[in-house]
Design a protein around this ligand. Sequence first.
Ligand code: AMP
Length: 567
Amino acid sequence: MKYSEICGVYEKLSVTSGRLEKTSIVSEFIKKIAKHGNPEWIYLLRGRVLPDYDVREFGISRQIIIKTLSKSFGVLSSEVLSEFNKIGDLGEIAEKFAGKRKQSTLFSSSSLSIDKVFDGLMKIFALEGKGSVDKKVSVVSEILSSASGIEAKYIVRTLLGDLRVGIAESTIKDAIAESLFPEDKKSYAELIESAYDLSNDYAEIFAAAVKGKKEIEKISISPGKPMNVMLAVKAEDIEDAFRICGKPAAIENKYDGFRVVISKKNKEIKLFTRKLEEVTSQFPDIIEVVKKNISGESFILDSEAVGYDPKTKKVKPFESVSQRIKRKHHIERLVKELPVDVHIFDVMYYNGKSVMHLPFSERRKIIEKIIHPEKLKINIAEQIITDNEKRAEEFYKQALKKGEEGIMVKSLSSPYKPGRRVGHMVKLKPSSSEFDLVITGAEHGTGKRAGWLTSYIVACASEKGFLNIGKVSSGLKEKESEGTTYREMTKLLKPLIKSEKGRVVYVKPKIVVSVTYQNIQKSPSYNSGYALRFPRITFYRPERSTKDIATLEDVKKAVVCTSFHSL
Ligand code: AMP
C-alpha cells in the first residue's frame, strides 16, 4: 500500500472535528489494512511505529530535522530556520520545499510505500552513540528523497512526535470495533479496551480481532513485557475506605517510594515502572534480591521500592531515590549510596498463568508462599484484615507514626484490574494540598536564571485533553545536590518544545511533577477555569505518565475541600 493513502487519512482527520466522523475515517483505513496490510501500520495512525509499551523514542530534535531538510532539499539551514520562525511547523516547511523540488512533477504521484516509510523509521532506533546524528540525517533524507510534499510533511511530523491531526487513543479502539464488528461495535470497543489494558499493543489486538472474538479474549499479560498497573482511588476517611472496599478489608502501609513491576520468565528478570519504562539496568541490587528471595519459574509482581539512608537506615524522600531511576551511569556507586527496600504487595502472574482473576486474598497467599523476606532488602507489605473501624484507625495512626505516607485499603474479593482506577484499592493519607500535574509550557528565565527554562505552565487531565491550571516558578533548585535543578528540567523540556511565542515555549505534555499549593481559585486566566495559588514543585516524577496526573474532577473536589477548610 502506498504511504499517500495514510497521508490522505491524516489530511481528512486534520479537518474533521467530530469524534464519530474521525472514527469512521480511521475505520475505513483499518478495513484496508485488514485486507492488504500489516497490523503494525496501525501504529502510524498515532504517529508511531512501536506498540505503546515500547517507550523508545526516535531521538530526533528540531535541529536534526532542520539539518535534514537542508540536505534533502539543497537549501541553507539558515533558510529553513527563518521559515521555521515564520511558520512554526517543520512539517509544513518540508511540504513546501518538497513541493518546490525541480523533480517535483516526478513525485506528484509518489510511489513511496508504507513499508518503506515504516522500515526506514524503524532503522532510526538502532542509531545510537557517536556519529548517530549524521546517520539519522542520512536515513531520513533517504525516506524524504522519494516523498511528495504531503508525505514529507507527515514523515517530519511523525519524527517529531507531533502529527497535529487530533487523534485520540480511544479513536483507534472504536475504529477497530467499527471496522471489524459493525453490528456490535459498542461491546467490542469495551472488549478491545480491556485487551489494551493487558497488552498495550493495538497491532496485537487488531491481528487478533481480525481472527475473531475468541482470539481477543486470549490476549493476556506476559512476563518480560511491561504492563499497566492497577490504580488507587482516594478515600476521604476510614469509613469511606470501607464503604468502597467492603468489610472486612485488607489494610496495608502505603510505602513512600516508587512503583516497580518485577517480572521473571526463563530465568530473566526485568523491572518496569508504572510508565512502562524498563529500569532493569538501574537496579542490579533488586535483581539480586529477586533471584535470591523469590521462588517461582515465572511471575509478575507489583511492589513499592523505598530508598533509605545506608547509615541511619531511615527512609529517604522520593526525590533522592528518583536519582536511581534517572541515572544510567555510576550505578554501582548509587546502589551503595541509595539502597532500596522492596515491599511486595500484589501478584498478577505466577508460574505460566495470569492470576489477576483471583480474589486479592488468594493472590496474597501466593505472595506469602513465594517471597522469603530479608530485612531492608525485600518484604511483604505489612497487612491486617479487619472490619473494625477503630482497629483500622489505629493501624493508620501507627503507619503515620512510622513515617509511612498513609495506608492502602483493599477489597479482599476483587480481581486485579490493570490500568484502571477502580475501587478495588483505595489510598488514605493526611489531606495534602498536592497534585501530580503535567508541564505544558515554560518561560525562558532571566537574570540569574538566564539560559534555563523556568516558570512552568502545569495542567491537569480532562476528557477534552490537558487543561492548564497554573504557572509554577518555585521549588526547583539551583544546585544539583539539593534536588531536581532548573538546568535538569531545561534539558528534559527542550527536546519537547512544539512552538515558541516570545519568551514562552509550549512543550509536548510528558513531564510530570508533584505540585503543592495553598489554595485553588476560580480563574479565567487558565483554560481549566481554575488557578493554583502559591504553587511549588516538590518533585519531578520521572516514573509517572500523564495517565497518573490529577483530573479536572480532582481539582473541583479539592476546591470544595479548600473552601470548606477556610470556613
Ligand atoms: P498515589 O501514588 O498517591 O496514587 O498512591 C498509589 C501508589 O501508592 C501506588 O501506585 C503505589 O506506588 C504506592 N503504594 C505504596 N504502598 C502500597 C501498597 N501497600 N499497596 C499498593 N500501592 C502502594
